[in-house]
Design a protein around this ligand. Structure first.
Ligand SMILES: [Zn+2]
Length: 340
């Protein structure tokens, strides 16, 4: 566990500082949290509703899907946004990524759909970051990190900084701990107060995860940002229609803004690309979508089975679908409550 990460942590029971000592994180009040042999720490306190955490099987399926690279363009787009944010802060450009590219209105979004842009690296830029008045490495918090896939991609692109991965599933967190050397991974319920200091995070990323707006505000530095990935209306079209699943609800934009009350919407980018799936991957991709799509697992499995056994699907051997996401950026702005 990196010392840089431990210094940001607080005891989830009493809120005191913790230190790493003899294989555990310990606070001055005698609370201790063992570092598991896989490198993660459970900071889960209290009870939570059963069945909310992903099982080992679900996590393994998701890890396989992600490692096949299907959502790589999304991870790269997120990484690019975070990198611009960090680089802009370093230069003292508060709204460095309010360029046309990220503030395009929804109508123009299709035109700026993700291409094959590359993310440059900036070796040795950590010292420039420090010279710009930042005492510590940039900190990126992933609330609901799953296997750590997105956070690892972000850290790779930013080329410095540290990441904290929180997820309520220990199976996911086990993987997140190994996803990148600069990740600290913790089992925690992101609906509860996060066990970290206030005002320490530069960016909070939230990919299809619960949004704890008040906590995001608390943990972010002044000028920090939340980057939220949500499915767009036509995500997994035409697959969701073929399977008779509900489309993404139209209230979701309003719910997104409401969940991040007190933040200022600072830009939105649409990320779209084609997916070429093996029949066996269909169930996995649907289960990673909105929960409304997979409330009845048995019925869903039957529909998928019928769909992929249809002649036309068999002949093509691959299932095609369109992946479509919104990457929304929200900034902290003290005193402002205008969230459109
Ligand atoms: Zn304590």
């Amino acid at each position: 566990m990196l010392a840089d990460i431990v210094e940001h942590l607080l005891c989830p029971v009493c809120g005191h500082d913790v230190r790493l000592d003899a294989g555990a994180l310990r606070c001055g009040n005698g609370h201790a949290y063992d570092v598991a042999k896989q490198g993660y720490v459970s900071l889960l306190v209290g009870s939570r509703p059963p069945g909310t955490a992903d099982s080992a099987e679900m996590v393994a399926a998701r890890a396989d899907f992600l490692s096949a690279g299907h959502y790589r363009p999304l991870a790269d787009a997120l990484a690019e946004c975070v990198q611009l944010r960090i680089t802009g802060a370093e230069r003292g450009e508060g709204d460095a990524f309010r360029g046309d590219r990220f503030s395009a209105p929804p109508d123009a979004a299709a035109e700026e759909a993700y291409g094959s842009g590359s993310v440059g690296s900036e070796r040795g830029a950590g010292s420039a970051w420090r010279q710009a008045g930042h005492a510590t490495e940039p900190l990126i918090v992933d609330a609901g990190a799953g296997t750590g896939y997105y956070l690892a991609t972000v850290l790779g692109a930013v080329d410095r900084g540290i990441g904290m991965a929180f997820d309520v599933s220990k199976h996911a967190v086990r993987r997140a701990a190994r996803a990148h050397p600069r990740i600290g991974a913790f089992v925690a319920d992101v609906w509860r107060p996060l066990p970290i200091r206030g005002g320490v995070a530069d960016v909070v990323i939230d990919v299809f995860a619960p949004r704890n707006g008040p906590e995001f505000r608390r943990v972010l530095r002044p000028g920090g940002a939340v980057m939220v990935v949500t499915p767009a209306a036509d995500h997994l079209s035409p697959l969701v229609e073929e399977l008779g699943l509900l489309s993404v609800d139209e209230e979701k934009d309003r719910r997104l803004a409401r969940s991040l009350e007190g933040f200022v919407a600072a830009g939105r980018r649409t990320v779209e690309f084609d997916l070429e799936l093996a029949p066996g991957e269909v169930a996995g991709v649907v289960r990673m979508g909105p929960s409304a799509w997979h409330t009845d697992a048995v019925e869903l499995a039957e529909r998928i089975s019928r769909y992929i056994s249809r002649d036309i699907v068999k002949k093509r051997e691959k299932v095609w679908a369109r992946a479509a996401f919104h990457l929304s950026i929200f900034e902290t702005e003290p005193g402002s409550r205008d969230v459109p």
